[in-house]
Design a protein. Sequence first.
Lengths: 300, 276
Amino acid sequence: MKRGPSAIADDLRKNRWYYGLIAPTIVILLLINIYPLLYSVYVSLTNYKLTGVKNLKFVGLKNYIDLFGNVDFLTSMRNTLIFVVCAVSSELVVGLALALLLYRLGPLGNTMLSFFLLPMMLTPVIVGIMWRFMYNYDFGMINFFLSKLGIERVAFLSDSSKAIFYLCFVDLWQWSPYVTLLTYGSLQSLPRDQVESANIDGAGVFRVFYHITLPFLSSTLWICTLVRIMDAIREYDKVYTMTMGGPGNATETASFYIYRQAFKFFKTGSAAAASIILLIITIIISNIFIKRMRKNEYKN
Amino acid sequence: MNTRIRKRNTVLWFILTLVLMLFTIAPVVWFMMVSIQPPDVARSGGLTFDFTPTFENYINVFGKMNYLVFFKNSAIICFSSTLLVVLLGSLAAFGFTRKKNRFTANLSSWVLSNKMFPPIAVVIPIYLMMTKVKLLDTFAGMMLVYTAANVPYAVWMLMSFFDDIPIALDEAATVDGCSKPQALWHIVMPLASPGILSTGIFIFVLTWSEFLMALLLTGTNTKTLPVAIAAFINDRGIEWGPMSAAGTSLIVPLAVLFYSIKKYLVRGLAFGAVKE
């Protein structure tokens, strides 16, 4: 096959109907996603301030270098890492366990699944508010039951060393059903004859799970993992409604840090730099995801 | 295997699942319950069934606090951007599924990669740009921003639906004298309409719930429901009664829409990568 500009022009002409249909989407993405991001890269290299600066000047990588010495930024990155690792790993375990449980229950499980999906459809802002309610020291439901059991009340969200884990727990509550929904769907096509013959051969529940079920679900679990990572890495809504990053900055995630820098302290240049760092991390992870997706697509 | 043990185990699993289910829905039920409590019961947390149901909180929220305005704002923004997303998305998805070569495969991956960008990274420059072109706090601006944010999702979800419609069908139509646009409009679109509708609902739900961009890019003219509800949290404390009424009225329509597309949810939530 010949290559080069004439071949490309040929291809464009021949398929102009299809390319023409795709073009508007590409244009709007370039205009409202890519161009702003490039502009953000530019801003991150300047001393831009939202309140306005007298002499806007190019400062090179200064914003980036400063960030790596900035304790608040590093704390927010650490919090994001804790959040992503704890929330996503627990969601995978709980979500998968629940899917297996529902699968075991047969048709009844399918009906019950609908109820489990409830948290997933809720607006994250509402979830945050709801759990602020649940965690409330004086009248929260959890403390209500704890006190009924004779256990001392816990001030969940004002404990700076543990608050981030309580946030993870809310994410677990909201998003394990996601893993459940996807894996439960895949389980429907689990090769039953394999499981049965393994059972006849005397393989226990755990061996069947490890050697048959888990490999069978691996591609679905892979997708769950990455979708959840991409989502958790940008966590903002629940932090905003539950803790505002507090106590101190114990629950300040990267997104929340960037938001505060840009819109509360008006350090636009520095915030843009931080957002570009977050973006790069995200792009690296998403590339793994997209490679995997395309592998799946070719399989179909 | 001993069937009696198996039966007993099933009952145990069922009870465990039931407990987990109660735990899952308890916060939601409590939240909704508070919204129909008299304000003085709600103020102290309302962890009681001992009250006479009242719509006082709703009357407060929609009457005195004028929540209908935020409802209207959310509706305008969500409907317009969902329509645009579905239109652009269907055309692109059709193009991607009917013309498969290395170039379109790369391009569709690139489209998806746009969904991966953290919104906070996009929202700072967009804020600056929209201030310049005077689109901040306008319906048109919000519509464009949400369109760009959600079109990658729509394209991938729709691609999985268009893939289910055999290409032979539109080829046959062209042989029979249909032009290419006619084949798209009269043959493929009607067949894909359930998929297009559920994609639309999915995108609508996403837009309805969006918070970060709305918080920064809307103002007095266009403030959406999630932003309005988050504003209940302030220095004076939280008014649980009105807030849960506002929250409930936001999530009930969502629940209805969400369950209406349960069958197709998996595709949307996994970018079309997993089909049931």
